[in-house]
Design a protein. Structure first.
Lengths: 309, 395
């Protein structure tokens, strides 16, 4: 592999890892706080992508219609904000409908409910919008920069930069604010939290809002990079992000981020060196070996795993 | 006087003759099947690919309208009745409606099914029941293999890759190094990629990268970077219309500015709205081209547009050809006997004898296996986002 080649792969891996990291955060937060694998999260990501599609479409129509002319960057920001709001509502609804009634039920039941909600969202979308593929509008003109033989686009820079910044903000939110403290408290000692006058229900909702917002961002960025939408787009990436969350360490935001990028790098560099046919085989063998030696992942906190099981 | 008698005699003779003819008409032998030829059309009207079913129905309808739903076979003129059956895009429903058409409705022949998944089981039933069947759109070799009663109107997967490789060699003589990018988990792309590789090597092209991914993958940057590093001057990607835009856009972002070549799966859906400007100038092999069409193809496109208000897809064109070829075969039998088994047999025999028949998708003749010998079309996705004819690619 030449040095130019290495940097070409490196840029791709950074972008690809960003998606895994953003989605993995949603898994890890819900797990940390509610001790629950939200298997509908990949489909919340899918919902975010579709909400983004409609918000962007509406904004573009308003702008093009001359009603309120907007600059492309403004449309992008408004799309992101609108999609985060919309997807947060979806996330809250999922929590309200699928998980809250089962809060004291066995964890396996809640996990199965998550799977079913996921199927419901996929098939519901299929029924509502049909199987036809949809194209995400390009909100910002793609510009290709050449840096010594390596092509970098402005969208790639934006995706990686904004993702990292958002993950850092989220990290601060959980570490430095009162809400964040309540979330961590719930992860640490679930039964005591209500005794301190903290509402479990609102903390649970807040967790879902944050996780879903990250999924919404991931959705918009994903669709900017890969602008073809279909109802089942969230399944595979959802599974893989779940793996990233576990590798990073359940309940740890830094861990989810680390796991996401690790997975991204493995998935891009394995086919670069070896035949691409073996990509997932080799990539996930590596993950399996990591988990064998670090069952709690890289940043996982061992105690959190047997608190409420 | 003599003259008067003659005129009278003539009149009497004429009257007699008239009476004779008039009297004879009802007494002539009745046309078998009450003068109605029934033909089944097994299409996926609901399910995954309803657009295919609809285009198939339109194609067959238009073919019948062209001949006024009538055909003269031997001495009788028959009305044609098309029985449309929905197979829900499912293999088992396809076999079930096929059985119903053959056994209950007693059709003479069947058009369908469309996708290979449904055409293979229908072909099995039809061949067992000895009913001639022609699939307009199924490209899988198994549909017609060892089934004398089953035909198809389109070419097969391997063929397309073979003429594709030949076209690359002829059209871009300066190109020597070629790469392939395909979905290893999907039958159609995998088959095409392998055939392309073999044919390309045969015509003297070097395959420098043979890269794969799996269904539902959205990021191809790793494989594309590898292709670029390999020094390839063109890459072939026999993928579907929802993957092609992603592959093309990512390749361009990575700095690829050389040709990308594909197969008919590019045109399977809405490439124009998904790919936009990215795909302009790219070429692929397919069954027929809309822009730049001439003769019979153009007449078909105009008629289709006028009647249905949309552009005919390759499915519509192939269904049209399949239906007209079938009618031609029925005509060529020279007369129906009224014995279902015998007539079906005769139609099958005549189908296999069709030679140089001019269709909207090119001239075709049948091989003994029931597959047509015809040319593929190389098309280009032009600046107006339409698919334009470039060249014929013949074996």
């Amino acid at each position: 592999m030449t040095l130019t080649g290495f940097f070409r792969y490196f840029v791709s891996a950074l972008q690809w890892g960003s998606f895994y990291a953003l989605i993995a955060i949603g898994y890890t937060m819900v797990y940390g706080v509610l001790m629950l694998f939200n298997f509908a999260h990949g489909d919340i990501f899918m919902a975010g992508s579709y909400i983004g599609l409609f918000v962007a479409g509406a904004l573009l129509a308003i702008s093009a219609g001359g009603l309120i002319p907007m600059a492309p960057w403004l449309i992008l920001i408004l799309t992101i904000v609108g999609t985060m709001l919309g997807t947060s509502i979806v996330g809250m609804l999922v929590e309200r409908i699928a998980y809250r009634p089962l809060r004291n039920a066995p964890r396996a039941s809640a996990a199965v409910t998550g799977l079913m909600i996921g199927l419901l969202m996929e098939t519901g979308n299929l029924r509502l919008l049909g199987a036809e593929r949809r194209k995400f509008p390009s909100l910002i003109e793609t510009t290709v920069y050449k840096v010594g033989g390596v092509s970098i686009t402005n969208t790639k820079i934006m995706i990686v930069g904004v993702s990292l910044a958002l993950m850092y903000i989220l990290h601060l939110l959980v570490r430095r604010t009162k809400w964040g403290m309540a979330m961590r408290a719930m992860a640490y000692d679930f039964p005591v939290v209500p005794l301190m006058g903290v509402s479990i229900d609102s903390i649970a909702s807040a967790t879902f809002v944050l996780g879903s917002s990250m999924a919404a961002i991931a959705g918009i960025f994903f669709c900017t990079a890969y602008p073809v939408l279909e109802p089942y787009m969230g399944i595979l990436i959802g599974w893989k992000a779940f793996i990233a969350a576990i590798v990073g360490g359940r309940g740890s935001i830094v861990g989810a981020m680390f796991g996401g990028y690790l997975l991204g790098f493995i998935e891009i560099f394995v086919p670069a060196i070896l035949p691409s046919t073996f990509r997932d085989l080799i990539a996930y063998t590596i993950i399996l070996i990591i988990l064998t030696f670090r069952p709690h992942g890289f940043f996982g906190e061992p105690y959190s795993a047997h608190m409420r099981l | 006087m003599a003259r008067k008698t003659f005129v009278l005699a003539l009149l009497v003779a004429l009257a007699f003759a008239a009476a004779l003819f008039a009297g004879c008409a009802p007494a002539a032998p009745k046309a078998p099947y009450d003068g109605v030829i029934k033909i089944g059309n097994v299409a996926p009207m609901t399910g995954d690919i309803p657009a295919v079913g609809e285009h198939g129905r339109y194609g067959v309808e238009l073919a019948m309208e062209d001949i006024g739903y009538e055909v003269k076979v031997g001495e009788h003129t028959y009305k044609i009745e098309i029985l449309l059956e929905d197979n829900e895009a499912k293999a088992e429903s396809s076999a079930a409606v096929g059985t119903k058409l053959i056994a209950e409705d007693e059709v003479l022949a069947i058009i369908g099914a469309y996708a290979s998944k449904q055409a293979i089981p229908l072909g099995e039933v039809a061949d067992r029941e000895k009913t001639p069947t022609i699939s307009p759109w199924s490209t899988n070799p198994r549909t017609t293999m060892d089934r004398p009663y089953v035909f198809r109107a389109c070419f097969l997967d391997p063929f397309q890759a073979t003429v594709g490789a030949k076209y690359v060699k002829e059209n871009w003589p300066e190109i020597t190094k070629v790469a392939v990018l395909y979905d290893v988990a999907s039958d159609y792309p995998k088959g095409l990629a392998e055939y392309f590789k073999a044919s390309a090597e045969e015509v003297g092209l070097e395959i420098v990268a043979f890269e794969t991914f799996t269904t539902k993958d959205r990021d191809f940057s790793s494989q594309l970077t590898k292709i670029m590093e390999s020094g390839a001057e063109l890459f072939y990607t026999p993928q579907y219309y929802d993957e092609v835009p992603l592959i093309v856009a990512q390749a361009k972002e990575l700095g690829w500015d050389k040709p990308i070549f594909g197969s008919d799966s590019w045109a399977g859906g809405d490439l124009a709205s998904l790919c936009g400007d990215d795909c302009v100038g790219l070429r692929f092999t397919t069954h027929y081209a809309m822009v730049g069409a001439t003769g019979k193809t153009k007449a078909f496109i105009d008629a289709y547009r006028a009647k249905y208000g949309s552009e005919p897809s390759d499915v519509g064109a192939l269904a049209y050809d399949a239906a007209q070829m079938l009618i031609k075969a029925i005509e060529n039998t020279g007369g129906l006997t009224g014995d279902l088994a015998e007539d079906r047999d005769n139609i099958k025999r005549e189908m296999a004898r069709i030679k140089d028949w001019p269709g909207t998708t090119g001239e075709m003749s049948f091989t003994p296996e029931g597959d047509p010998i015809k040319c593929a079309v190389v098309v280009e996705y032009n600046e107006d986002h339409l698919i334009e004819f470039v060249a014929w690619a013949c074996p």
